[in-house]
Design a protein around this ligand. Structure first.
Ligand code: GLU
Length: 301
């Protein structure tokens, strides 16, 4: 089967150095493997996303010279597929409705990988799944999930103990990222997922859902997340500066992103075009040089 990779930005703000790095790593890994590179707009959290950011991100990718294959998919247009997957899990008794408030969970939970571990309060209460303000959670088991990340190595996680039964559909009716991403990666035939290591701890949950839904598990490659001097992930919330290829420094930004990814800085003509730079970078792309850490300090913040 041929390589299919993807970049899946959430349009919560303009492109910043961290998202450029994720786009570039997924693009180069696809090109170096003669693969396809898809772009998917992950706007499923409608409370945080804005269509104008999606437009800006796509324009910026193109002006950096990163052209995607096929059509851009958009999660808000794909809700029936998420509903369908949810119904399959509901029908097999793998989910349940939960009416716990954040505070109730925080008060009764132990600390886990991503905040409180859901203590299973509503697991056996048989609340109707169409209850007006219930979230839908998937039942987890004590099984240990292990996978080998191409850069980060062997990762093991017991979802039940470290995360707890997790949300597939939120109380406000929005589908959760974990469900949408699994449905979309399978629908688009994605074979390789290259993304920031802030999602490393989500991977076991995604593999669990793939198994429940009978979907294949792609290979994973997690790159370090770009953080500012205070160790915070670059984002709109941490006031990361927007970067744009139109500022005249596209090649400089691409070279900085390559440096961040540990790649050899190539001998290039004095004034390379973005296209030349990307072609060379794909030829020289070496996964073994990517730093094996979850975060690294960004030269831009
Ligand atoms: N949409 C996610 C983000 O922008 C990335 C999801 C993924 O690559 O799986 O952080």
């Amino acid at each position: 089967m041929g390589y299919v990779g993807r970049f899946a930005p959430s349009p919560t703000g303009p492109l910043h150095f961290g998202s450029l790095v994720a786009a570039l790593a997924s693009y180069l890994d696809a090109k170096a493997n003669d693969g396809k590179w898809l772009v998917r707009i992950e706007d499923i959290d409608e409370t945080r996303c804005k269509p104008e950011y999606a437009t800006d991100i796509l324009r910026d990718l193109q002006s950096f010279g990163m052209q995607w294959d096929g059509e851009v998919e958009t999660q808000t247009l794909r809700k029936p597929f998420y509903e369908d997957a949810l119904q399959k899990l509901n029908g097999r008794g793998l989910t349940y409705a939960c009416v716990c408030s954040r505070k109730e969970i925080a008060d009764s939970a132990t600390a886990g990988l991503e905040g409180p571990v859901y203590p299973g309060t509503c697991r056996n209460l048989h609340i109707a799944v169409d209850h007006e303000s219930a979230a839908i959670r998937v039942r987890t088991t004590s099984e240990m999930f292990a996978f080998t990340d191409i850069v980060q190595g062997k990762i093991e996680q017991c979802i039940e103990q470290e995360i707890g039964d997790f949300v597939l559909k939120r109380r406000d009716g929005l589908f959760a990222y974990q469900l949408a991403v699994v449905v979309d990666d399978a629908a688009q035939g994605v074979t390789h997922i290259v993304r920031g290591a802030d999602l490393l701890d989500s991977t076991a949950r995604q593999i669990y859902l793939q198994k429940l839904l009978g979907m294949p598990t792609p290979q994973y490659l997690h790159i370090p997340v770009a953080v500012n001097a205070q160790g915070q992930k670059l984002s709109k919330q941490t006031l990361a500066s927007a970067i744009s290829a139109n500022g005249g420094n596209a090649c400089g930004l691409l070279l900085s992103a390559l440096g961040f990814l540990g790649q050899q800085v190539m001998a290039l003509p004095l004034d390379p075009t973005n296209g030349e730079l990307l072609t060379r970078a794909a030829q020289n792309w070496d996964r073994r040089r990517i730093p094996r850490s979850r975060t690294a300090t960004s030269p831009y913040s």
